[in-house]
Design a protein around this ligand. Structure first.
Ligand SMILES: Nc1ncnc2c1ncn2[C@@H]1O[C@H](COP(=O)(O)OP(=O)(O)OP(=O)(O)O)[C@@H](O)[C@H]1O
Ligand SMILES: [Mg+2]
Length: 365
């Protein structure tokens, strides 16, 4: 289909109205208009499945049925060409209802002329094209975001490995050599000026522990060695060591194989951030963490009984460089096709929820 022609589907149960609209359309000269006519919702749904129409004119009253109901079904079926509602008589409420259901425009048949219809079709198609372009660029951005998240995790894994294998093992060797030296020199020959050998060995040990901590934070090896369930339990244990008076209840109703591999690190990072937020900001004494399979969905919930906050307020703050945690969680969840929600309010506690579909093909990466 070129820019000079337009395929129009008219859904209209009254043949006389069809004839009138056909005549009005024949007065449009901007494009070559090809009009197909159907009179029942069933035939309309059959016709739109071909994907060939660029615009649809839909009668508001289809016999006993309401055109808006059909419009909703068409939208559910993914029909994304503009739909212009036509009505015998117009009222403001129906107009609003039609717009809410996704109609591109709403025209009264009594006032319909070729020029009005031509303009409505032109505007609707322009808007639909602009929306399509926005959707395409959003999906390209999401794919790019996904690749960035993956690249960041790969880089973290690489640095963690280097820290562990190279710096970590050199430090182990240095500590061994120093301890060996101290043993061979014997207490009598150890120089008394400057830092003692004990102090140097102590410093090397501290540096080894720090390196180990950095490496674990960059990429917890427990995730690769034992999986997501063990990694979450490990993360919770680590936090409980520090925040021993706060109860963190963990429920994991999933099997390791339920969680797609590339989602595991995403879930672990989200769990760490959500728990850290509850512990740092909420003043809660109870946190509940749940990872479960719900039919074909994988659901992560972190809930606290703390003081809560206003998510809208945070959103506007994050535009000028506020916290990265909530934004990062949302981005990570959505990059893998998930749905991210924050349910919170002053004095209400906080629920962080992410849901991913486990349907084959649901993962974009
Ligand atoms: N569970 C929670 N209870 C109460 N307030 C919260 C909770 N989670 C987040 N907040 C509020 O939302 C703000 C933003 O959280 P976010 O995780 O984005 O940033 P941050 O934790 O302040 O910093 P960052 O995560 O970048 O270190 C927090 O500063 C806090 O005011
Ligand atoms: Mg945070």
């Amino acid at each position: 289909m070129d820019d000079l022609s337009v395929m129009i589907l008219l859904i209209e149960d009254d043949e006389d109205d069809y004839v009138i609209i056909r005549d009005i359309i024949s007065g449009i000269h901007t494009w070559r208009c090809q009009l197909d006519w159907v009179s029942t919702p069933e035939n309309a749904l059959d016709m739109i499945s071909s994907g060939q129409y660029q615009v649809c004119l839909l009668d508001y009253r289809l016999g006993e049925k309401n055109g808006i109901e059909l419009l909703k079904v068409m939208k559910q079926k993914g029909f994304d060409a503009p739909v212009i509602m036509l009505t015998g008589y117009g009222d403001h409420e129906t107009d609003l209802e039609a717009m809410k259901a996704g109609a591109a425009d709403y025209l009264e048949k009594g006032n319909l002329e070729s020029t009005t219809l031509e303009r409505s079709i032109r505007y609707s198609m322009d808007r639909a094209n602009a929306l399509k372009a926005i959707r395409e660029s959003e999906s390209a951005l999401r794919a790019l975001s996904g690749r960035l998240v993956e690249a960041q995790e790969r880089e973290r894994t690489r640095i963690a490995k280097e820290l562990h294998d190279s710096i970590g093992s050199n430090l182990t060797a240095i500590k061994y050599i120093l301890e060996d030296k101290r043993y061979r020199m014997g207490a009598a020959n150890i120089p008394q000026d400057g830092p003692t050998l004990e102090r140097i060995i102590e410093l090397v040990k501290e540096t080894m522990e720090e390196t180990q901590r950095m490496s674990t934070n960059l990429r917890p090896s427990v995730l690769d060695d034992l999986g997501i369930i063990a990694a979450i339990q490990w993360a919770v244990r680590r936090l409980q060591e520090v925040y021993s008076t706060i109860s963190i209840e963990t429920r994991m109703d999933i099997a390791e194989d339920d969680v797609p591999d590339n989602l595991k690190i995403v879930i672990l990072r989200m769990v760490q951030e959500a728990l850290n937020n509850s512990l740092k900001h909420s003043g809660a004494d109870k946190i509940r963490l749940c990872l479960q399979r719900n039919n074909d969905n994988l659901e992560l919930i972190v809930e606290d009984n703390g003081k809560g906050f206003d998510p809208e307020g945070i959103r506007s703050k994050s535009d000028d460089g506020g916290g990265m945690g909530l934004m990062g969680m949302k981005e990570r969840a959505e990059v893998y096709g998930g749905n991210f929600r924050i349910n919170s309010g002053m004095g209400k506690g906080t629920i962080i929820q992410a849901v991913w579909s486990l349907h084959p093909g649901a993962f974009i990466l």
